[in-house]
Structures are given as C-alpha cells and as structure tokens.
Design a binder for this molecule. Structure first.
Ligand code: ZN
Length: 403
C-alpha cells in the first residue's frame, strides 16, 4: 500500500491511551485523508515531509465559537473596562443587539469573507475543527443566512466545521420585552425551517439571567431534539438557573460557561456524559472569577476549552492561550487543558477528531515545542510550524517559534 504522505522524524502526542501526552518518535502515514500508518519504519509514500524536531499533536478543536458576525465592539469594550457592566451596556442597545444590527446589514459575501479570515486565524493557531454558532440573525431568514455561511466554510475545506443554530441567543429588536413570544417563533418557525434546511448539526440556547429562562430553554431544546438535532446550551455564565441539570437531562453534547453551577449540576453532567466547555476569554474580559477545576474533577465531569470567539466578550482566535488561561485561572492541570482543546473538545463538538490514531482523521498540528506541556505554559502566541487538514498541508509557518 503506497501512502499519500509520510510525516517523518517527528515526535507524536496521540492524546489517547494511558499516557496521552507522551511524545513518541513515530512516523505518521496518511492515505485517503486518514492516518493509515503510525510506526518507526518508513513505508513508501508519494510525498514525504521531514518533521524532525517537531512535536505532532492532533489538530486542535475549538468547541465553541460565534465566528459569523460583522462589526467591532471596541468602543463598547472601552466603556466596559472603564466600569460599565455587561447588563448596562445591553440596556443601552450595545452587546449582542449591536452585533445583530451590524450583521443583518452585511451582505452574504462580506459575512463569508469575514468568517473565512477568522477560520484562517484559528487555523494558524493549530485549530482544524471548529464548532460555529449562528445567533446574530435572530429571524428565520437571517439565522439561515449565518448557518449557510458556516456550512460554506466547511465546503470550502478551510476546516472541519460543526454548525449550531442559536436562535435563542438574545431577543431581536422587533420582539422587545416579549421573550415568550419570541420563543414561540423559535420553536414554531425558526427551528423547523433550520431542521428542514439541513444547515445545522445542533441547537444551542442561552439560558441565564438576562437571557432565556430554564422553561424557555427547555422548550427550545426539546423541539430541537424532536426535529433530530443534537443539543448544547450556554448555562451559568452569570447565574445558576439549573441549566446544567437541564443539559444533562436532555443528553446535551456540552454545557458551556458554568462560571455558576451547583454540585448537583456537575454530578448531573458527569452522569450524562455531557462535556463542560470552559470559556476563559469571556471570564477574562468580563473580569469574572473563573470556575474551579477541582469541583469539576471531583464530580468526574469531562472538561473542554473554547475560544468563544465573538465580538463582545471574547475577541480571540488564540485557542492555546485559552488553554493557558484555563490552567492559570481555573486550576486545570496542563494535561486536562491539552485534552480540553483536543480529544475532549472533539467530544463536545460532536466530531471524530482530537486524537492521532490509525483510522482517525489526518488532522495534525506540528509545533517546535519540546514537550506538550509547553503549550499551556506559554502565555499566548504559540503557533504550529505546520498544519495538516484532511491529510493536506494547509499551514506552513516560517516565523521563529520560542516555545
Ligand atoms: Zn458563547
């Protein structure tokens, strides 16, 4: 069997087995976009790439982004840093509502181009799989438009994309004050149209103080399940409304944020196998206390880490930096953080990715790091020298790397 490609001379971190982060001297063979060989010999290949001196990790997985949007909120950031609260800004027409206005006014082509750039920036940081939410359209027409852009990123082969419908992200301007009526629209109109379009893999809901109630979140997610979509939820960013228990009860792929969550909520997530996705960019921008990793560990909850890439609370594409912050702020071990942006993030995203194994996808990020632990050790700016997506080299970075 001739391989399409052989990566020769590197050390491989598989993110699998008993010592998932140990670097082993292994050559990696690729055939038909999948890993077809892992071993110490050098089988025949049409192309050989010398990766000696590099540490090969699975392509990183970002399990939580809102990357289809238009407009900057730098001005709002300045106000918030000067003391205005998230809720004050929202009440003054800023926040998610501002991004909804900018996004609705932007053409499909321009939205696609903005989204492409963000995917390329994530990829330059080693990310090959991305969960992408809608949620800045907030009407059937505009939500479908955002999901179409997200799908297009996948069809263009820029990354592996999982799409999530987030119609219940905020109240659109035309529904001011009447959340129940808007939830009626999401359940009766938006969700059936989204499910019929085939543009979404999952459905998300923002269940929190100042967002949707637990009862409203249940209505949305139950309808999504009935229509055959997977579910996930934003819960406990500001207040614990019992969203973790709801996510667990409904078999959600992930429950995201969890700055505020009870022990019962964590137990429920662990029992259901729902992944907790932590979002350091948001707690850092909002100057909130991070969740405590020891509580998640004690409950046996699987933890992943996302960028939460969005224009308000987390304008970042630096997933390795998010892992670094999760270790420093939340107390994750370096191992938990690394699995949190690979294997565990893939589970949260509902993707076959995040490990290097024979038969698995040939998505690999190769770093100059001496040891996998150096990735969360460095405080931002870690970039791979080479990225492989579906067995094809898509990034070659010549910038000298420090770590
Ligand atoms: Zn989010």
């Amino acid at each position: 069997m001739t391989l399409d490609l052989l990566l020769e001379g590197g050390r491989v971190v598989t993110c699998e087995g008993d010592t998932p982060l140990k670097g082993r001297a292994l050559n990696v063979g690729v055939r038909d976009e999948r890993v077809a060989y892992l071993g110490t010999s050098a089988p025949t290949a049409r192309q050989t790439v010398d990766v000696s001196g590099l540490l090969l990790l699975p392509g990183l997985v970002d399990p939580h982004t809102h990357l289809v949007f238009a407009g900057s909120r730098a001005e709002e950031f300045a106000r918030r840093m000067a003391g205005a609260s998230y809720h004050e800004i929202a009440a003054a027409g800023g926040g998610i509502a501002a991004t909804v206005r900018y996004t609705r006014e932007t053409s499909d082509e321009e939205l696609l181009e903005l989204a492409r750039r963000r995917v390329l920036a994530l990829r330059a940081a080693g990310v090959t799989s991305i969960e992408v939410k809608s949620g800045y359209g907030l009407s059937t027409e505009h939500e479908l438009r955002l999901l179409r852009v997200a799908r297009r990123l996948d069809h263009e082969g820029l990354a592996r994309i999982r799409t999530t419908f987030l119609g219940a992200h905020a109240l659109p301007p035309e529904h001011t004050g009447d959340r129940d009526r808007y939830v009626d629209e999401v359940v009766a109109e938006q969700l059936p149209a989204v499910a019929a379009s085939g543009l979404a893999d999952a459905c998300d809901v923002y269940c929190d103080e100042g967002a949707f109630t637990l009862a409203q979140a249940r209505r949305v997610l139950e309808q999504a399940l009935a229509l055959g979509l997977a579910v996930r939820a934003h819960v406990g960013q500001f207040a614990d409304l019992g969203g973790a228990e709801l996510a667990a009860e409904l078999g959600a792929l992930s429950a995201d944020h969890l700055e505020e969550v009870s022990d019962a909520g964590l137990d429920a997530l662990a029992k259901a196998g729902t992944v907790a996705v932590l979002l350091p960019g948001a707690w850092s921008t909002l100057r909130q206390a991070a969740p405590r990793a020891e509580r998640f560990r004690a409950a046996g909850v699987t933890v992943a880490i996302g960028t939460d890439l969005n224009p308000g609370t987390s304008p970042t594409t630096d997933l390795p930096l998010m892992a670094a912050l999760a270790v420093r702020d939340a107390g994750l071990t370096t191992e938990e953080a690394l699995l949190g942006i690979t294997r565990h993030a893939a589970r949260a995203a509902g993707l076959d990715a995040g490990t290097i194994r024979v038969g698995g996808p040939a998505d690999i990020a190769a770093f100059t790091l001496s040891d996998a632990r150096a990735l969360p050790y460095a405080l931002g700016g870690v970039r791979p020298s080479l990225v492989l997506l579906r067995g094809r080299v898509v990034v070659r970075n010549e910038t000298p790397q420090l770590w």
